[in-house]
Design a protein around this ligand. Sequence first.
Ligand code: GLA
Length: 346
Amino acid sequence: MAEMVTAAAPGRVNLIGEHTDYNGGMVLPAALAVGLKVNLAPRSDSVVAVSSAGYDAPSIRDLEDEAVGDWADPCVGALREANSLGLLDGGAALDVVSTIPEGSGLSSSAALIVAILKAAREANGNGPSDVDIAVAARRVENQYMGVPCGIMDQMAVALARPGTAMALDTGKLEYALVPLPQSHEMVVVHSGLTRKLTDGRYKARKEECDAAKRYFGTEDLCLLDWETVKGANLDATAKKRAMHCVSENVRVHAAIAALDAGDMTALGTAMNESHESMRDWFEMSLPQIDTLVASAVELGAAGARLTGGGFGGCIVACVEKTGRDAWLEALLEKHPDARFIDAVSG
Ligand code: GLA
């Protein structure tokens, strides 16, 4: 039996910049403390044997299998990718230990694929850079699993560092790590409503953005100027999506400047405006999430917003550390379906 190797990847929360990562824009994700660990033992046949305490029953698959829509798909896809990158020559036994709640929009799937690719790199002794691993992990989602996601999650879980946010230009794949404040925490609260990127609504939004890209003749929807989009005579839905993308990109820059300046009021304003834009222009929120966000702010957060792909999942709120416990208690009392997931700070 080949030697076993181990690799880990964190979950991620996006502080701001939603649906900008396949439109040439900026995002600002941060690594969470919840995460997963993969033990990988290479096999010389094509069997993929996956077990996990956190998921369903063990799964036995084959490298030749197509995706079937279950939790082992990211494992098969990642191992196929590891074979085409020359990191492995065959299947593997995988054991996954995860604390990332599934269906919460915290990138459990990206973390699983990235951790498997990093483990395969370890087994091989060397291999692609972390950026190239992120790009390969996106390929697994886009091409093997049929999930039309952008590059944010893979970059965040492959490269983000605790205590910082990653200011990532998704068009150029360039990034800077921005220190998180020490005075405030970015608190992640699950709404109680689960979501899946495969449920069709994410794809529908992407297609609406594609329509706007065709109209404006650009891949970089986020980089258009506001007046150009506002004055354009395109389909009303595609126009609203473009208005979100352009304004959201400006807000990410404002949020990075706010973090640099330690101005949590400005960060909070950008987060609140981002939520309104996701609600009204990108139409990716749900009434229960709007109420949860509103409560988070009423109870004293500097700002709060839905985070991730939308239509369920988590909110993120910027909350002063000293009042954090009382704030959380009041929020969860008002919203019994919601639950605390994690919090990150500098
Ligand atoms: C999901 C996708 C990302 C990104 C976000 C929305 O997390 O995987 O690529 O598009 O939604 O910002």
